[in-house]
Design a protein around this ligand. Structure first.
Ligand SMILES: Nc1nc2c(ncn2[C@@H]2O[C@H](COP(=O)(O)OP(=O)(O)OP(=O)(O)O)[C@@H](O)[C@H]2O)c(=O)[nH]1
Ligand SMILES: [Mg+2]
Length: 203
């Protein structure tokens, strides 16, 4: 898929503020600092469309972007970072769960997992919530440039065992090298090729 244009649409936190955008939507979930914002920049060939940062907790709202005037990409806050709020480390989970249940035009989700980490409770909760809404989930391993081939192999086995799925069903990516870009764009263009959905705005 060729990226002709991409623009920021809106940043918000609650369903009543979600943009009334009827086209297929793709959202990026994952722990704080896993590389959600960086991956979106990589996919759309832009260094700084989305703000990224070295410290966890950079993205704190739901950010909607529009690509080729036809597809929306959503950068979400991360979960699992204890210092992000006075609450628990799952501080953003309610916002994410509401987004999953309310957003009718969510066509597919990318669940990002740092290839150096084994997924845990938060990832399982997100997978279950997406499955309940019948939203397909693409498990996307990030920061793959950071490991040697042997380390990658070892971690892939741990992640496969934890999620109960094989690596052939996962995407191996790097926002740094561009690895996986073609495959992820293929998921987006494939899933987006259906007609725009009815009632795609907030409920
Ligand atoms: N080496 C390498 N670094 C990466 C990659 N992806 C992201 N990073 C770095 O990881 C850090 C976090 O990236 P972000 O894209 O801000 O992560 P995020 O998931 O959006 O984080 P929050 O918004 O805080 O939830 C930044 O310093 C990025 O430069 C990657 O594929 N390879
Ligand atoms: Mg971010």
């Amino acid at each position: 898929m060729k990226i002709k244009n991409v623009r920021f649409l809106k940043s918000c936190t609650k369903p009543s503020d979600y943009p009334d955008f009827p086209h297929p939507e793709f959202a990026f979930f994952g722990r704080s600092n896993v590389g959600k914002s960086s991956l979106i920049n990589m996919l759309v060939n832009r260094k700084d469309l989305v703000k990224t940062g070295q410290k966890p907790g950079v993205t704190r709202t739901i950010n909607f972007f529009v690509m080729n005037d036809a597809i929306s990409l959503v950068d979400l806050p991360g979960f699992g970072y204890a210092r992000i709020s006075k609450e628990v480390s799952g501080g953003f989970m309610p916002m994410l769960m509401t987004y999953i249940t309310k957003r009718k035009n969510l066509r597919a989700a990318f669940l990002l997992i740092d290839i150096r980490r084994v997924p845990g409770d938060f990832e399982h909760q997100i997978i279950t919530a997406l499955h309940n809404q019948k939203v397909p989930v693409a498990i996307t391993l990030t920061k793959c440039d950071k490991l040697t081939k042997n380390q990658k192999e070892k971690n892939l086995r741990l992640i496969e065992a934890e999620l109960g799925i094989g690596r052939e069903s996962m995407f191996i990516t790097s926002a740094k090298t561009g690895e996986g870009k073609k495959d992820l764009l293929g998921v987006i263009s494939g899933a987006a090729s259906g007609a725009p959905e009815e009632g795609a705005g907030a409920d």
